[in-house]
Design a protein around this ligand. Structure first.
Ligand SMILES: O=P(O)(O)OC[C@H](O)CO
Length: 414
């Protein structure tokens, strides 16, 4: 056989394998969505909004969408000067309309309202919903943002952030997208902050707006938010992934905190597809005696992500880490708390798309009172979890082991 024939055979085999993997992924998704038809998630335990003072401001933690949306809408209704609103998903349903109506009313009474939503995430939302009053300044982050620079990987990140800033006074950020199902059916975590941290969230919005605006500024126009902050709050940091600047601090933030943990790491994530270094850090923490708990959905809304995620369970369980699976509803939170001191709440999932691909925003807080709230939330979630033991994991059937291994090469895509 000539070299050329061998290369052709290898190429066909590889293409065939990739085709089979994608085919299996599609088949799993179709079967899963068929099985879910008409099924409603069950209620789950939640903690009410809890507020603690941190530095010169306060942080309120939300774990139930309806509580959060009520407070966000009240803040929009009370705005006097400016609203900055940014979301990955903005459904055209009852909750989506409530936000659209409140934002439009604010703009109509003279408030300066800026909105950003992601074009790709809202492709299925009706075009009528996506027509806005001219009183609102709206940016649809485009589906294709690379233009003719197809080779430029910095232009492929999605805008996955979810935030709201009202005047100088209050900022919200966290895992919640905007939609009716998230109000009651999904377990998620968001925070409301006051104090110097608000400026950082405002800066995050303004930088994205200025970086991605389509139209050049006229001579008389100024970029959004030229002024700088006057205060530093040592307990609070806002970290932003900015793919356009190839800047991904949220992964580093996690790794640094995990690597210095001495007592506990309690991590909650909707999708768990970390890189090997991330898994190693968690496993090493467990091996040095840290109480590592990873809380995930038993079944998320993306079944292929669940299958691929399972590929990491063996190493983690063998290291002593515990895996807790939230049952009967989707847990979509992106949070962690460490050693009763450190905590993060944000938009970044523990997967490649979030940690090395998309625009994201996470709050990092070093404060025992806030860490205690986050531990309280975690304990409440644990009451709705099934723990997966190493013995159970090792006893799973061959079909499952085969599917996990077969889908493993798709990991870098997610
Ligand atoms: O990308 P996230 O974390 O906001 O989750 C969104 C849902 O997966 C939509 O299907």
């Amino acid at each position: 056989m000539t070299v050329a024939r061998t290369l052709t055979a290898v190429r066909r085999t590889l293409l065939g394998l990739v085709g089979l993997q994608l085919g299996l992924a599609i088949a799993l998704s179709l079967v899963d969505s068929y099985r879910r038809r008409g099924k409603k998630p069950k209620p789950f335990p939640v903690t009410g909004p809890q507020t603690v003072p941190v530095g010169a401001g306060e942080i309120t933690t939300y774990t139930f969408g309806r509580d959060l949306y009520d407070d966000m809408l009240a803040a929009i209704d009370g705005a006097r000067k400016q609203i900055l609103f940014e979301t990955y998903i903005w459904k055209g349903d009852e909750i989506g309309w409530k936000f659209k109506t409140a934002l439009t009313a604010a703009a109509d009474r003279g408030v300066d309202v800026h909105c950003i939503y992601d074009g790709f995430a809202n492709m299925v939302v009706s075009p009528a919903f996506k027509r806005f009053s001219p009183s609102l300044k709206v940016m649809r982050y485009p589906i294709w943002n690379a233009g003719l620079r197809v080779w430029d990987l910095r232009r492929y990140g999605r805008n996955h952030r979810k935030l709201l800033v009202v005047d100088e006074e209050v900022a919200f950020l966290g895992g919640y997208n905007i939609g009716s199902a998230y109000a009651t059916e999904w377990r998620d975590t968001h925070v409301r902050i006051t104090g110097p941290g608000v400026w950082d969230v405002k800066r995050a919005f303004a930088d994205f707006w200025n970086l991605n605006r389509r139209r050049r500024l006229t001579r008389s126009e100024r970029p959004l938010l030229l002024e700088t902050a006057s205060d530093w709050d040592p307990q609070i940091r806002i970290h932003r992934n900015i793919p356009r600047q190839w800047n991904f601090p949220i992964r580093s933030m996690y790794l640094e905190a995990i690597n210095r943990a001495s007592r506990n790491i309690w991590l909650t994530t909707a999708y768990f597809l970390p890189d090997q270094d991330f898994v190693d850090s968690l496993a090493e923490a467990a091996q040095r005696g840290v109480d590592v708990r990873i809380l995930l959905p038993l079944k998320s809304n993306h079944i292929v992500a669940d299958w691929i995620s399972r590929g990491y369970y063996g190493q983690l369980l063998a290291s002593g880490a515990r895996i807790l699976r939230f049952k009967d509803a989707m847990v979509h939170a992106k949070t962690a708390t460490i050693d009763g001191n450190w905590a993060t709440v944000g938009t970044a999932n523990i997967d490649r798309l979030s940690l090395q691909g998309n625009y994201e925003i996470n709050l990092e807080v070093i404060d025992p009172a806030f860490a205690e709230v986050m531990e309280d939330v975690f304990r409440t979630d644990e009451t709705n979890c099934l723990e997966l033991t190493l013995a159970e994991w090792e006893a799973r059937d061959l079909n499952r082991k085969f599917t996990e291994s077969f889908l493993a090469p798709l990991r870098p895509l997610l």
